[in-house]
Write a protein that binds this ligand. Structure first.
Ligand SMILES: Cc1ncc(COP(=O)(O)O)c(C=O)c1O
Length: 286
C-alpha cells in the first residue's frame, strides 16, 4: 500500500513528496513540528498538540500555514489515507521558501508537511514490560528548547550515543547534575513514598503534551506530583524512573548509565499511569 504525504496543499505519494532546496527548514532549521500518537483509530491529545504548535509558531513569528481549523482535517485525512489505526502523525511547519538570507524574508508562505506512520502497539507493550535504558549526556542545547523546533542536532547526537551504548534514550544533564529531559522525552522519577517528580516546564525543557496529560492521569489515580528538579544520583536511587512522550507514553527506565534502577524491572506506578493514559487523554476520531 503506497504511503501518502501532505505537502503544501497536495496529497502526494510519499516517494514523490518534496520541498524546495531553499526551504528555510532545510537551510536553517527555521521551523517547528508536532508528533501526535494515533491509537485505536484516534488522534491522541490533538487540541493540546495544536495549542503547543501555535505557541511555537508565535515564539518564532511564523504564520499559520493554513487556518487553524483546517489543520485537524488535514491530519485526519493523512491518517485515513495511510490506514493508520496505531502509529503517529507528524506535522512540520517552516518559514517557507526564500533566497538564502538569515533575516526573515518578506511575504514568504510557510511550508506545511504532514506524514503518518504505522507502529506496532504489541511491540511497544513488550518494550514497556521489560523497560528501557538511558544514558546521561551534558546539556549542550540552546536556551529555547521550550520551542518545538526542528533544530535537533544535539538530540540526534545524544540519541546516537545512547544507541551505541545499547540504550534507547539520552538524558541531558545540567552542569550541577540536574536532569533536564531526554532527547525526545520528558524525565520522571517516583520517590520511595510514591510521589511523582518531574522538572518544572516553565524554562529549559519542552512542555511535553504527554507530561501534561499524565498530570490528569495522576490526579485520577490519586497520585501526588512534585514539580522540581532531581539529580542523576536521586534518579539512580529512586523507586521508579520513567520517560514520557507521545510515542512512548509512560515508558519505564530500568537502567541509568548502566546502573540498574531499583530491582531492574519496570515499576508498578509507571505501568498504572501507562495503562490509564488512553482513557484520560483527549481522543479525536481519525
Ligand atoms: C526534547 C523533547 N522533550 C519532551 C518531549 C515529549 O513531548 P510530547 O509528550 O509532547 O511528545 C519530546 C517529544 O518529542 C521532545 O522532543
Amino acid at each position: 500500500m503506497p504511503r501518502i504525504a501532505y505537502v503544501n496543499g497536495r496529497y502526494v505519494a510519499h516517494a514523490d513528496a518534496f520541498v524546495h532546496i531553499e526551504d528555510r527548514g532545510y537551510q536553517f532549521a527555521d521551523g517547528v513540528y508536532e508528533v501526535c500518537e494515533v491509537a485505536r483509530g484516534f488522534i491522541v491529545d490533538m487540541p493540546r498538540h495544536l495549542g503547543r504548535l501555535n505557541r511555537s509558531l508565535t515564539e518564532l513569528s511564523i504564520d499559520w500555514p493554513v487556518t487553524p481549523g483546517v489543520l485537524p482535517i488535514i491530519l485526519r485525512e493523512v491518517v485515513r489515507r495511510n490506514h493508520v489505526a496505531d502509529g503517529l502523525v507528524y506535522l512540520q511547519v517552516t518559514r517557507g521558501v526564500a533566497s538564502r538570507d538569515f533575516a526573515f524574508p518578506a511575504g514568504t508562505k510557510p511550508s506545511l508537511v504532514v506524514t503518518a506512520r504505522k507502529a506496532d502497539p504489541a511491540a511497544a507493550a513488550k518494550r514497556a514490560e521489560s523497560g528501557i535504558k538511558v544514558i546521561t549526556v551534558p546539556e549542550n542545547r540552546w536556551d529555547r528548547v521550550d520551542i518545538k523546533s526542528v533544530g535537533l542536532l544535539p538530540n540526534v547526537l545524544a540519541k546516537q550515543k545512547a544507541k551505541e551504548a545499547g540504550a534507547q534514550e539520552a538524558w541531558f544533564v545540567d552542569a550541577d547534575g540536574t536532569v533536564k529531559e531526554g532527547g525526545s522525552s520528558n524525565a520522571w522519577i517516583v520517590t520511595r513514598d510514591g510521589v511523582l517528580v518531574t522538572r518544572p516546564a516553565e524554562h529549559g525543557i519542552l512542555r511535553g503534551i504527554t507530561r501534561t496529560t499524565l498530570f490528569d492521569v495522576a490526579a485520577k489515580l490519586g497520585l501526588k506530583i512534585e514539580e522540581r528538579g532531581f539529580s542523576v544520583a536521586e534518579a539512580k536511587a529512586a523507586r521508579e524512573v520513567f520517560i514520557s512522550s507521545a510515542t512512548t507514553i509512560a515508558m519505564p527506565i530500568v537502567a541509568i548509565d548502566g546502573a540498574s534502577v531499583a530491582n531492574g524491572h519496570p515499576g508498578s506506578i509507571t505501568l498504572s499511569l501507562r495503562h490509564a493514559f488512553f482513557d484520560v487523554a483527549e481522543k479525536s476520531p481519525a
